[in-house]
Design a protein around this ligand. Sequence first.
Ligand code: SF4
Length: 345
Amino acid sequence: MPKSFFASYRLRSNWGLSSENVIFSKDLYTKATEENAGIFIMPTLSLTDPLEKNKIFFRIKLVEYNSDRTYIAVSRPLSTIPKDVFSLSEEIKRIGNIPVFASISGGPLSEWILLLEKVDKKFDGIELDLSTSYILQSMKRGFEHFALDIVEELISIASKPVIAKVSINLPLNTDFLEKLVSAGVNGLVFSSHPIYTIGKHVFRVHSTVFSRVILRIVASLATQIPEISLAYISDEVLGKRDDLLDIFNVVLYDTSYIFSKISISRYSPQISSSLPIRWDEVPKGMKIALDTLKGDICRNICPYGAFRPEYDGGFTEAEEICDYCGLCFSICKDSVKFVKSLKPD
Ligand code: SF4
């Protein structure tokens, strides 16, 4: 894997994990470190989760799956729990010497500044997620001007390199991108993930088909803007044969990396359902349990390792480490269910 230079850092490889990952598992980042990842951009932090507080909702759903190169998944942006990200980034720092960037997204300027103050000293760089800011910022008209003001202001305050993330939810035109570069960003991250909202429910679509098409669009745009570090968030693990990758310094992964580690086809050769219109809520006081008699193999599906291998026979409650990501419900839905916990809280 060739070395790469990105946003003032020389990286040991040209790939990493993106801020659009919603699985905060230490095992996942440890595995990526062992496999020579060059950079981690931590899941995006915001002050606002649009869904109700004090309720738990799933964060990821696999909608369609034929192979790791043909799938559609949906994740829930703005669902990151800040304490999870801070503790995970500290763990990562202990594992290896890899640049770890924070990612932040706000509505009004005051929110951005508050978030920047929380992360500025603790991370090696800051990603400004303009793509979800569009959702948090109710005044959507004139978003480009608003975004440029935010970027200029935060660059003047930050003590670390600042990069900006844009997606196809924003008007992707060379004028806007050039202005971001002129504002002084150290790099641009292009996300291939469209976002749709239904009421307060926000959905980010990860699709290998979109990813391929948008890579081509973004590659055309990228050749027209001044030279700057560029990263692309891809939904399939790209091989060296992809010439388009020459344009980007770094390729970032999220679902594609998770799915390649899980080997989904071992559990469910094919998955097909409709795109969600709301996120499933975890009923209060309920835990997730696996029927090991029906789906013993599914104990390996959890990216957090919540189903311990030593359990056998009948329903087995997920360990406390389960953070209700919801992935097991997509992949092993016949063998997982909610159960009333009999343990005292
Ligand atoms: S047990 Fe299921 S919901 Fe809980 S963390 Fe694991 S995969 Fe996610």
